[in-house]
Design a protein around this ligand. Structure first.
Ligand SMILES: [Zn+2]
Length: 302
């Protein structure tokens, strides 16, 4: 990536999911890219998982095999440039802050809607990391006691009502209630319907899909009001894959947000915007974080 946030080249590689294969993929891809772009000063690695506060170790990642692994120490010995590790939601937030929807916002929150909810926040222009480096887990706030089961082990988490996956669960519950006739009903009962299908059906005016989207909007508004109550941000940026369907739900979610926040009508309300960098936000953000770290520390590769 260039200094102005422009992606110069992309490469993708696959692995069998083992630590060895993933690390080899990172090293080989980095070597190939640096052969083509020798001016590259640093390598950024955005990981969806829990990192330590120093961003050296991946403590746990639900979809990756690293467990309490000092990834920076291990990979730095083998990589041709200094490596910076960062949480993927923090990376996306930094990307939006430097080059996207959050430019100029000092106190703001990223609320990323995908299969679950990813979150990050910036305070006074810095990523807020908490005491132990754990990014905010908006998705796992309990909103329905003893509600829908969540993969985190709890019940009634916000992301079980407000995410791409939740759209399908809600649509399936509505279909099972028999209240709506819909061509989606059979697929929902068989488990073959995706969030994208529900969105597409809602666009075509399917009443069941529209009811599922309306429910999603209400939960999103409530989620935003909780974020507003805790952090009082100037801006909330909605990112993640579900952001592309924002025209279907954002106005209703904003209305619910304005209704639900404590002191409604008597306080300034955070602006709510859609992310601008899409799926590239994390990649752009972590590249910029890595380059800045090298520039400020004077680190050079050995
Ligand atoms: Zn949960």
């Amino acid at each position: 990536m260039s200094a102005s946030g422009q992606i110069l080249c992309r490469e993708q590689t696959s692995s069998d999911g083992s630590v060895d294969a993933i690390e080899r993929g990172i090293i080989e891809t980095s070597e190939r890219l640096i052969e083509r772009f020798p001016e590259v000063s640093a390598i950024g690695l955005a990981v969806a998982g829990f990192l330590d506060a120093q961003r050296q170790t991946v403590r746990f990642a639900p979809h990756l095999p690293w467990r309490d692994a000092n990834v920076v120490k291990r990979l730095s010995l083998l990589l041709p440039r200094p490596l910076q590790l960062e949480h993927d939601a923090n990376s996306a937030a930094w990307g939006e802050y430097r080059f996207g929807a959050a430019r100029g916002a000092d106190n703001w929150v990223l609320f990323a809607l995908g299969t679950g909810i990813g979150g990050a926040m910036m305070q006074d222009g810095k990523i807020y990391r908490g005491a132990y480096g754990t990014a905010p887990e908006f998705g796992h706030l309990t909103v329905v006691p003893d509600g829908r089961e969540c993969s985190c082990g709890k019940k009634g988490c916000l992301e079980r009502y407000c995410s791409g996956t939740a759209l399908v669960t809600t649509a399936a519950e509505l279909a099972a209630s028999g209240e709506f006739g819909s061509p989606l009903a059979d697929g929902l009962a068989a488990g073959s319907v995706t969030g994208t299908d529900v969105v597409a059906a809602a666009r075509k005016g399917d009443p069941l899909a529209q009811a599922a989207v309306d429910d999603f909007s209400r939960w999103l508004g409530r989620g935003l009001s909780m974020v507003g109550d805790v952090f009082d941000p100037e801006l909330i940026v909605i990112g993640g894959g579900v952001a592309s369907a924002a025209d279907l739900y954002l106005d209703a979610a904003k209305e619910e947000f304005a209704r639900q926040i404590t002191g409604a009508g008597h306080r300034p309300l955070a602006e709510v915007k859609i992310a601008e960098l899409g799926a590239d936000a994390g990649m752009i953000g972590v590249a910029d974080i890595a380059r800045s770290a090298v520039a400020t520390s004077g680190l050079v590769s050995e």
